[in-house]
Design a protein around this ligand. Structure first.
Ligand SMILES: C[S@@+](CC[C@H](N)C(=O)[O-])C[C@H]1O[C@@H](n2cnc3c(N)ncnc32)[C@H](O)[C@@H]1O
Length: 292
């Protein structure tokens, strides 16, 4: 590269600016000697921005947590796409996530990256530098400007009967309040019966302290609102929500975590990625009498 113009990140204020934290984590890992994953498109995008990923990634726990969740979610999305060749993926609060280019998928995959308008405007400008048409007519890959708490965005996603649906909320729900999270998940349950939902959630303890302890997050001024200890709390909101799986980013490569390598229980309690099954199928399964 490259004689493309650098783009300013000044348009990213408050919660929007938080997208630089996971982007930096992915770029720094991709450019390291023996990376656990490569985010080539993320590296290309970061080079077009006026920010220094290495500076942002100095915040070690944020960096490692984002890298761990990248591996977990990439693998979970690949698994979903293997099981469901005809798929619709909706990535909520997508920021500058480039998972669409990292996962293995069929040509028929439809993928929506949704975020607030200022983020989508920047993302479209960045992607246009790589001949990606972020609003292509076939709608295989589409960027969608919307506030996730205003559920009218759902009307902008055309549906096909034979597609299986996966919704991802990575690095998003902690910035929403309890009511917004619950009403969003309930809307997804009503809308996507048979679909699957992958969320990343922080513990209530991390939610309380992290805005102060993390320099990268503090710089953005974003407030943290929602924390989750037990995924069953979400499942209890509706019988059509079932917990399929749960992973702990803190279990990944202890030596990367600095002082936290000596505190495995604390490390694994910090954040989680939870895989939910949505819809009537869950209700029917749980309604079956036990064999005893
Ligand atoms: C920490 S970033 C995560 C970005 C991306 N998921 C990733 O992991 O790279 C949080 C993202 O959530 C978006 N966000 C926060 N509140 C939102 C809302 N109400 N509606 C849509 N997006 C929102 C922010 O703009 C930001 O891009």
């Amino acid at each position: 590269m490259d004689n493309r113009a650098q783009l300013s990140t000044n348009c990213l204020q408050g919660v929007c600016e938080t997208l630089l934290i996971p982007l930096a984590a992915r770029v720094v890992e991709s450019e390291s000697h023996d990376p656990a994953f490569r985010d080539e498109r993320g590296v290309e995008i970061a080079r077009l921005l006026d920010f220094d990923p290495h500076e942002v990634a100095k915040d070690r726990w944020n960096k490692v947590g984002c890298q761990a969740r990248t591996l977990i979610l990439d693998s979970a999305v690949n698994d979903f796409l293997n099981r469901n060749p005809r798929a619709l993926v909706i990535n909520l609060g997508a920021g500058l996530c480039t998972r669409y280019w990292r996962v293995r998928h069929e040509e028929s995959l439809r993928w929506f990256d949704l975020d607030l308008p200022s983020v989508i405007e920047l993302k479209r400008e960045l992607l246009s530098q790589f001949d990606v048409e972020p609003q292509n007519k076939l709608r295989q890959y589409t960027t969608l400007p919307a506030d996730v708490t205003d559920h009218s965005w759902l009307e902008q996603i055309p549906r096909a009967n034979d597609e299986q649906v996966l919704i991802i909320a990575e690095g998003l729900l902690m910035y929403l309040n309890q009511d917004a999270v619950q009403s969003l998940i309930m809307r997804l349950v009503n809308e996507f019966s048979g679909g699957e939902l992958l969320i990343e959630a922080w513990s209530p303890f991390v939610r309380r302290v992290w805005g102060t302890l993390s320099p990268a997050l503090r710089r953005t001024g974003a407030s943290l609102h929602w924390g989750l200890d037990n995924p069953r709390t979400v499942a209890a909101w509706d019988p059509r929500i079932g917990v399929k799986n749960e992973w702990r980013p803190g279990d990944w490569e202890p030596h990367r975590w600095g002082l936290l390598r000596f505190a495995p229980a604390l490390r694994r309690s910090l954040t989680k990625v939870v895989h939910f099954q949505l819809g009537d199928a869950v209700k029917r399964k749980e309604a079956q009498p036990s064999a005893a």
